[in-house]
Structure formats: C-alpha cells, structure tokens
Design a protein around this ligand. Structure first.
Ligand code: ZN
Ligand code: ZN
Length: 263
C-alpha cells in the first residue's frame, strides 16, 4: 500500500462520511446516495444530451450536426460537433462528461481538491461509474489503457495528491482494471483558471512527455484518460498529441464536469 493510500484509508475511518450532506451540512441518512442531500442533489444537472465530440451539453441554439453531410449533400469530414467544438481540431476522439459545471457541482470538485476530504474521490468516481454503467459501458471495456492527467511533482506535493489519478484509481478498482501513468508532466505550469484557450495552449506547450515504460506499448491501442473538469480541451489535446505521436489509435477522455458553451 502506498503512503497516501494508507493515509486515505485511515482518514476514511476517522472521518465518518455520511452523517451530513457534505455540501450543505444537513443531516442525511446513511443510505443516501453519494452523501448528498436531496435538495443539493436536485441542483446537479446530469448531461443527458452531450456533444458526441466534446461532451458539452447540447442546448437550443447549440445544435449538433447529426450528419457529416451538408445541406447540399456534400460529405465533410469536419462537419461534426457542437457550436463549441465544430471548428476545433481535437486530437482526441471524444470527451464524455457526467455533470454540467454549475455552482453546486463545482463545489464538489473544489471540496475534493482543496478541502483534504479525499473520501470525495469515491463519491465522485461512484457518480461517474453509475453513468458509465448506464450509458457508456463499452468505453472502459474496450480500453487497452486507462490513464489520468499528470500533475507536476511540485503541485502534487502542494496538494497532497493528484486528483485525476485518485479518480482513475477508484474508477479502475470498480471494473477490476489498472490505472497507469502513461504521461508525465515535465513542466510545472501555472494554473489555467481564467486563461483563454490560446493562452492555455501556450502555457501547456511541451508540458507533457510519454512515460518511457510505455513508449513501445502504445501502437494501435485505445486509451481512456480520466480527469475532473473539461474546460477548453487544451490539456486533453496536449496529452493526446503525445499519445498520438506514440501511435495511440483511439483516445477518449472521461471527465466529471464540463461547462455549457456560451457564445
Ligand atoms: Zn445538501
Ligand atoms: Zn462539441
């Protein structure tokens, strides 16, 4: 058992996790799913109709092209996606997100990342797995490798854990898979929050390299990447670039949250 797995184990014993809703502190019964009370749970929006490429919720005015044929009947490879991703050329095949980013859902992630309440890794991964089981059961079943977004050593030390790695581990545990570190972060990038897409790209340039242990094992393989939030897709794209250069055939990212695209 790794050191921080042990710490996690002990914390889970010391801190009882489901006596109160972890969002609003109201008492809830032990049987309550995900340790969230009913009124907080109602504020969460599951993404029912996500874009087939970027996973962002499709709402009116954000119509997805359902076909690669234009109105004139011409075939167009690029003609797919929603208003957000149609003109982007992502290097991954698809992102699947579970919940819409909103005030309540973002608080779950915030508490998980910064609140040292690591039992939330289990809550979040349970929420993710329940939807994967229902709607995307083939994605993990078909994957050759499941990996996560790496954090720099400095950031891992500062936070105490890598939030993506921990989610990937819990998700893999449920399906009897192994989460492996395919990618290493070689640049301690500053926080991306608040940066636009172009600036994110600049900051992330050459931030990732392949883990040499897997360099010769990726040709033609299918990879799933786990992360907490999908924002502009820049991080996923940079990681996908490294994976593609090493011959990976299919890349699907599975993320807990993504925001609605607003023009
Ligand atoms: Zn609540
Ligand atoms: Zn899209």
């Amino acid at each position: 058992m790794k050191f921080y797995d042990l710490v996690d184990y002990i914390l889970n014993i010391i801190l009882p996790e489901n006596l109160n809703c972890f969002l609003c502190d109201l008492p809830i019964s032990k049987s309550n799913s995900y340790s969230i009370c009913k009124s907080c749970f109602c504020k969460l929006n599951y993404i029912e109709n996500g874009c087939k490429i970027c996973g962002k919720p499709i709402k009116s005015g954000n119509a997805e092209y359902s076909s690669r044929y234009s109105d004139d009947g011409e075939y167009d490879e690029a003609r797919q996606g929603c208003d957000f991703c149609r003109k982007k050329s992502f290097l991954f095949d698809r992102n699947i997100s579970i919940l819409e980013y909103n005030e309540t859902s973002s608080r779950i992630v915030f508490k998980y990342k910064y609140g040292k309440r690591t039992f939330l890794a289990r809550v979040i991964s349970d929420m993710m797995c329940d939807i994967l089981d229902k709607k995307y059961s083939d994605v993990l079943a078909n994957a050759d490798f499941v990996t996560f977004v790496p954090l720099s050593k400095e950031r891992t030390k500062e936070r105490g854990f890598n939030q993506s790695e921990k989610l990937a581990k819990y998700i893999c545990k449920r399906y009897n898979l192994e989460a492996v570190e395919l990618i290493k972060r070689v640049k301690n990038t500053k926080k991306l929050y608040g940066l636009n897409s172009a600036d994110r790209k600049k900051v992330l340039k050459n931030a990732f390299v392949i883990n040499p242990d897997y360099r010769n094992k990726l040709n033609g393989k299918k990879v799933v990447i786990i992360d907490d939030i999908f924002t502009s897709g820049s991080t996923m794209n940079e990681i996908s670039k490294v994976l593609r250069l090493n011959g990976v055939f299919e890349i699907i990212s599975i993320t807990f949250l993504t925001g609605e695209y607003k023009k």
